[in-house]
Write a protein that binds this ligand. Structure first.
Ligand code: ZN
Length: 252
């Protein structure tokens, strides 16, 4: 059975910038004075360059002059660049990411660079772990660097569990346990993220968030027949898995 790749995050703002516009109108160049003299032609050149830059920017914003495919390709390129940049920075300087990388290494499952890949995903996901391919970071799924950081840690916890606890991903309770731990330890459920989602309450907020997110992820397991089955699996393992904070001493 295929590895579940489903550690979903549906809480980002709508990706409205990714919808290519339907109407594409040609842009006319501005009228130039046709005067002689090197000074003015230099000025003209500068203007032309500025205009080209402006037009390029405009075409990225509005899609003018680009087909929907070209427009999407530009967006993909920009998303990938951003994801790769954040990845480099986080691997270097995020205490949480570095901590998990060190612990993966100590556990005999080092995370190499080619196992941490930025790629496009469907809009409901932010990342995924596959025992065969490593970690996928959904370059179009992040609404902040912090979000990407939490996703990296979340997927690294799955990788850690796979390495240390020999998780059977086809078994819903195994999967649920890893999702509970990943949601609890990655920062997915810290209170600012919860306020943004509109789920903040003062009682048991963290636990409720962990349960809710773990349930969504387990529900996406190909072996999970229903939301009720996902809830049942999460509830069955919640207490022991929520309190098992390895390799952390406490919640991040
Ligand atoms: Zn997950």
């Amino acid at each position: 059975m295929a590895q579940p790749q489903t550690h979903s995050s549906t809480q980002g703002p709508p990706q409205s910038s990714q919808v290519p516009p339907t109407a594409a109108a040609p842009v006319s160049p501005p009228a130039h004075d046709t005067t002689d003299g090197s000074a003015s032609s230099e000025k003209e050149n500068k203007e032309k360059k500025a205009f080209d830059r402006w037009r390029h920017t405009l075409s990225l914003i509005t899609g003018i002059g680009l087909s929907p495919e070209e427009f999407q390709a530009e967006i993909d390129k920009a998303d990938k660049k951003q994801c790769e940049l954040y990845k480099e920075q986080l691997v270097k300087s995020s205490p949480g990411v570095r901590f998990m990388m060190n612990n993966l290494k100590k556990s005999g499952c080092p995370l190499t660079k080619n196992m941490l890949e930025c790629g496009p995903c469907d809009s409901t996901k932010s990342g995924g772990f596959s025992k065969d391919h490593g970690i996928l970071l959904c370059q179009n799924g992040f609404f902040s660097k912090k979000h990407q950081e939490h996703t990296m840690i979340h997927e690294m916890i799955h990788m850690y569990d796979h390495c240390v606890f020999k998780v059977d991903w086809d078994n819903l309770r195994h999967h649920a346990c890893s999702e509970v731990r990943a949601a609890a330890l990655s920062g997915d459920c810290n209170w600012t993220r919860e306020v943004r989602r509109g789920f903040y309450t003062f009682t048991k907020q963290h636990q409720e968030c962990v349960k809710r997110r773990a349930t969504i992820s387990v529900q996406a397991n190909p072996n999970c027949p229903s939301r009720a089955a996902a809830e049942k699996a999460v509830n069955a393992v919640f207490e022991s898995c929520y309190s098992d904070t390895r390799p952390y001493d406490e919640f991040y």
